[in-house]
Design a protein around this ligand. Structure first.
Ligand code: ADP
Ligand code: MG
Length: 440
């Protein structure tokens, strides 16, 4: 086959498959003529099977367009095969781990309470869990911490596995994905990593905002995403912010994430909180009276994980003391829980302290326009506000000159990075934390 013919076949192929598929799998194909057909070298067994399954038909069609007949096409594994775009590495396909092992037993869809704050996310998740090619691809669920993202994603994973135990599905935190990727790069095992993640029917990645500030991982995830999505494989993601609010996320990823369905989980209503409390208690074999449910649901509003903490405490206390669970007991037990929430340190205190410490004007903290020279103190103050007050990211941003939630996320992540790398920043943080603790 000469260059022209190869180009002809490739361009016919390009018309027949999605652009992402073409980029990842087709661009670098070579063809060797054999008796009455064509041999197509591939890098490893995984690639061979996948291409045989997904590319045979479009490839035969492409040959037909150039040569006028449908030839015999054989995909073969060549040990020395090096597609130009891939890094050379030995293929390493690990035995799949039973995905159920990674799932929390109580995070099932029938134990997920549905209401106005999560109805859309839940409906989309259900539709994906019913299997088949979904229109919600990717499904992107976002919401603050403790509002049920992980529960919902794991519920979908479990339901899909119940329907089809042979489904190639991975549920993982984005952090695990990033760590695997980094290990693969270090050990020269990128092929194996790619083989594992690109051969899935469904990829569910939790807390995708973890990609913020990680360029290499973003790039790799982009290719993973394209490879899967290109073949109509389902991708489900969760994040603590909307795609466009994840700091430093590459534009191409933002637009991919927005191309399916983006659904938000908001803070639950009073009725939902009461229903969740009741369900969590029943799970442990306890029936809470209505007035206790209502009291707790009224007292703890923002975070479901805290609600659960309250149930655990109430039940724990009742079982140890042998007392019946009533309103009085609930009040006693949750007193300290509620006090912790109303932190004695305010954002204003933190701003003052940090400004004093760095000898800058406290107005800098709340200024609308920021000077570059004071960015570290401001970011440290945001970090401390996040760590020591109960304010949401949005509220904290508001108190720092009306900045948005993403700015605070970015500040917190930057400080975490610096804290781990630079002794000097760690020392500032320790000193400031001591000052703040002394104050209260
Ligand atoms: P996130 O991943 O958004 O931080 P999680 O999924 O870990 O939150 O949820 C925190 C806790 O709240 C979990 O124990 C979960 O079971 C519970 N939870 C959250 N939303 C619901 C819901 N709608 N129904 C029942 N339990 C819920
Ligand atoms: Mg989670």
């Amino acid at each position: 086959m000469d260059v022209k013919q190869r180009e002809g076949v490739l361009s016919a192929l390009r018309d027949a498959v999605k652009p992402e598929v073409y980029d990842v799998w087709c661009k670098s194909l070579t063809f060797e003529e054999t008796d009455g057909g064509w041999t197509v070298p591939t890098a490893n067994l995984f690639h061979r099977e996948l291409m045989d399954r997904e590319l045979r038909a479009p490839l035969e069609e492409a040959f037909k367009r150039v040569y006028g007949v449908v030839p015999r096409v054989v995909f073969v594994v060549r040990e020395d095969f090096r597609p130009p775009a891939e890094t050379p590495a030995a293929p390493r396909v690990e035995a799949p781990v039973n995905p159920r092992l990674r799932l929390n037993e109580t995070y099932t869809l029938d134990k997920f309470v549905v209401g106005p704050s999560n109805r859309m996310a839940h409906a989309a998740a259900l539709s994906v869990a019913e299997g088949g090619r979904s229109i919600y691809n990717p499904l992107f669920i976002h919401g603050s911490v403790g509002l049920g993202k992980t529960h919902l994603l794991q519920g979908v994973c479990r339901r899909l596995l119940d329907r089809n135990p042979h489904l190639k599905i991975v549920f993982a935190s984005c952090e695990a994905f990033v760590n695997d990727y980094i290990t693969a790069v270090r050990k020269n095992g990128l092929d194996g990593f790619r083989a594992r993640v690109r051969d899935l029917d469904v990829l569910i990645l939790d807390d995708i905002h973890f990609l913020a500030g990680k360029e290499g991982s973003q790039e790799e995830f982009f290719h993973t995403y394209n490879a899967l999505h290109g073949f109509g494989k389902q991708v489900i993601l969760s994040s603590d912010a909307r795609p466009e609010d994840i700091p430093t996320l590459q534009k191409q990823l933002v637009s991919r994430f927005k191309s399916g369905l983006v659904a938000m989980i908001d803070t639950p209503t009073f009725e939902m909180r009461a229903a969740i409390l009741s369900m969590k208690a029943k799970d442990r074999g306890w029936d809470l009276p209505d007035d206790v449910l209502h009291y707790l649901a009224g007292a703890i509003q923002s975070n479901i994980r805290e609600l659960e903490g309250a149930v655990t405490k109430v039940i724990g206390y009742a079982s140890v003391t042998g007392r019946a669970i009533d309103l009085e007991l609930a009040r006693e037990v949750t007193r300290d829980l509620l006090e912790i929430r109303v932190s004695p340190i305010s954002v204003t205190d933190i701003q003052k302290r940090v400004a004093q410490y760095f000898k800058i004007d406290v107005a800098e903290m709340r200024a609308r326009r920021w000077k570059k020279s004071t960015s570290l103190p401001r970011q440290l103050a945001m970090y401390l506000a996040r760590a020591h007050t109960g304010h949401s990211l949005k509220e904290i941003g508001g108190l720092f000159g009306g900045k948005d939630h993403a700015t605070v996320v970015y500040a917190v992540q930057r400080v975490e990075r610096l804290r781990d790398k630079h002794g000097e920043v760690r020392a500032h943080l320790d000193a400031l934390t001591r000052l703040l603790n002394r104050q209260c």
